[in-house]
Design a protein around this ligand. Structure first.
Ligand code: ATP
Ligand code: MG
Length: 541
């Protein structure tokens, strides 16, 4: 099991103190997505943190669907989220659903009314907004704030029983309309919503607000440390107020969970917000949630990114209290680092051009030994066919060479990697013609006497596996994209490819390094090889 992000010192300090004092014997965290979209790279940071800490300190992490908002939630999203968390390599018991606690949340609400901590407010939405005050002006008590508990309870039960229209009433906490923290000015706990829920169906016509439901979910599950992003910092006083009231009333057990905030992940060249990602999918700027250009985990998987690369990334960026944008290249470097370790090398020609060796016997086939990984001799070598007709890269031939060009041009000699030295005669009818030096074969005794500067890769034409490759670039053309006007119009290029024969047997999701081109993954469902990342960062310059 991988370590949790290593710079999360402020979170670790709290956990270590709580374990040392005996407040908690084991820790419990949770990852609580709302099932209203696919998980994105930001969620990966949260997942690595929430699952990583208990793996290290002892304890567990719940996968809990925060499905308190009936309208936007769907089973498709639940399934995709489960698949993504598993893909990242983390284990959890059965997934939990906040909607399973609706009965408890309802009872807790009745308790708050009975104990004078909540009331039914019947102001219109406009009145509530006007009376809430501003950051510089305090709010004004609702005329319904002095309702008796009995009256509020009766109305609340009618709301539950579907006797009132949407918006007619809300249940509010009774805290302090003069609080400098707007979140403590009698926040709404429940609203009327005649809507079908993906799990509870038509049972409820009132639904709890996220700010009310979330602390209760944490406490019911006996979460010790509830990690969330910074925008919830101002909610913490309410989180604590609510759980304290319910513990006083004997509805919850102490110790109560502690909310701790950390900075959300922002990355250059992408947007990390479900709302923005939904737009890209619905307006068809991409081919679905799992488009390899999407910063979703489903997209990353098709792109060839690895779970290990994400975990390395989470460790490397750490956890902080300050929002900042991380360079996209940091994520790509993590992927390169892991892929370099696990991806065997293969020869693949993209944008192919035919090369014919005039003095090589027609019909002859030789097998040359090619290492599977130059830094890992124990991965062995494979045999790749060589013959009179080869595919080479279009960019490896020029009629007139620019300065410093050492590849094929009329009169020049290059080595065909792992094979022979050839001399270029020129281009004839779209075919590059060469002659070869029979005693120059790589590894043969005489090979060293041929001194050439260019070394190009190739694939033998008769045995080649023809395929398609997709070369991806950044989804947005600017580091801080603001909307679809910033989309990169050239974020994917589809090219013809001629591959060494062994690649005909590639399995789905198998990853390779195509020499000189970068890391690729077999996307068999789409009959293509997707480029995960090039060998070097081409954006930093
Ligand atoms: P979005 O803004 O994209 O809709 P969200 O916060 O609404 O994201 P949830 O499904 O509610 O998405 O989030 C589940 C968990 O993932 C939350 O605990 C949230 O704090 C965390 N999370 C979401 N986005 C990020 C991010 N960019 N970086 C780190 N954690 C994130
Ligand atoms: Mg959300």
């Amino acid at each position: 099991m991988s370590k949790s992000p290593s710079y999360s010192n402020f979170i670790r300090q709290v956990i270590e103190a709580d374990l040392a004092s005996g407040k908690w014997k084991k820790i419990a965290t949770r990852f609580p997505p709302e099932p209203n979209g696919y998980l994105h790279f930001g969620h990966a940071k949260s997942i690595c943190l929430n699952f990583g800490l208990p793996a290290e300190y002892g304890g567990h992490c719940n996968l809990r669907f925060d499905d308190t908002n009936p309208e936007k939630e769907e089973q498709e999203y639940v399934d995709a989220i489960i698949a993504a968390v598993k893909w990242l390599g983390f284990e959890f018991g059965s997934p939990l659903f906040a909607s399973d606690y609706f009965d408890f949340m309802y009872r807790a609400a009745e308790y708050l009314i009975e104990s004078g901590h909540a009331y039914v407010d019947s102001q219109s939405a406009e009145e509530m907004r006007a009376n809430r005050g501003t950051l510089t002006e305090h709010g004004i008590d609702s005329p319904y704030r002095s309702r008796t508990s009995n009256e509020s309870l009766k109305l609340f039960r009618e709301m539950r029983d579907g006797k009132h229209a949407d918006g007619a009433h809300v249940l509010r906490a009774k805290i302090d309309m003069r609080s400098p923290n707007m979140n403590l000015r009698d926040p709404v706990l429940y609203r009327i919503k005649h809507a079908e829920h993906h799990r509870t169906g038509g049972k409820w016509s009132i639904y709890p607000m996220y700010t009310y439901a979330h602390p209760i979910e944490d406490a019911v599950e006996r979460i010790s440390h509830s990690l969330c992003t910074l925008e919830f910092e101002d909610q913490r006083p309410f989180y604590e107020w609510l759980l304290d009231r319910l513990a006083e009333g004997g509805l919850l057990e102490r110790p109560l969970p502690q909310q701790i905030e950390f900075a959300r992940l922002n990355l250059t060249y992408v947007v990390l917000s479900k709302r923005r990602l939904i737009e890209l999918v619905e307006d068809k700027h991409v081919d679905g949630w799992d488009d390899p250009r999407m910063p979703t985990l489903a997209g990353a998987r098709r792109r060839g990114y690895t779970p290990e690369g994400f975990r390395l990334f989470a460790e490397r960026i750490g956890v902080s209290k300050a929002n900042q944008r991380i360079e996209f290249s940091v994520l790509e470097d993590c992927m390169r680092e892991h892929l370099n370790e696990v991806a065997p090398r293969r020869m693949a020609v993209l944008d192919p051009l035919k090369l014919v060796i005039d003095n090589y016997p027609a019909g002859k086939e030789e097998l040359v030994d090619v290492p599977n990984h130059p830094q890992k001799p124990d991965w062995g070598k494979r045999q790749v066919p060589f013959s009179k007709e080869l595919w080479i890269e279009q960019e490896d031939y020029k009629d007139t060479p620019p300065k410093g060009y050492f590849r094929l041009f009329p009169g020049n000699q290059v080595r065909l990697r792992y094979g022979y030295v050839v001399k270029c005669l020129g281009m004839d009818n779209g075919v590059v013609r060469c002659t070869y030096e029979p005693d120059s074969r790589s590894g043969s005794p005489g090979a060293d006497k041929f001194k050439v500067k260019g070394n190009i890769h190739w694939v033998s034409a008769p045995q080649a596996h023809a395929a398609e490759a997709r070369l991806y670039d950044r989804l947005f053309k600017v580091p801080d994209p603001d909307g679809v006007q910033d989309l990169n119009p050239a974020s994917v290029r589809v090219v013809a490819a001629q591959l060494e024969p062994s690649l005909a047997d590639a399995e789905a999701e198998q990853r390779f390094q195509f020499e000189r081109h970068g890391y690729f993954v077999a996307d068999l469902a789409h009959k293509t090889f997707n480029r995960t990342v090039s060998l070097r960062d081409s954006w930093s310059k």
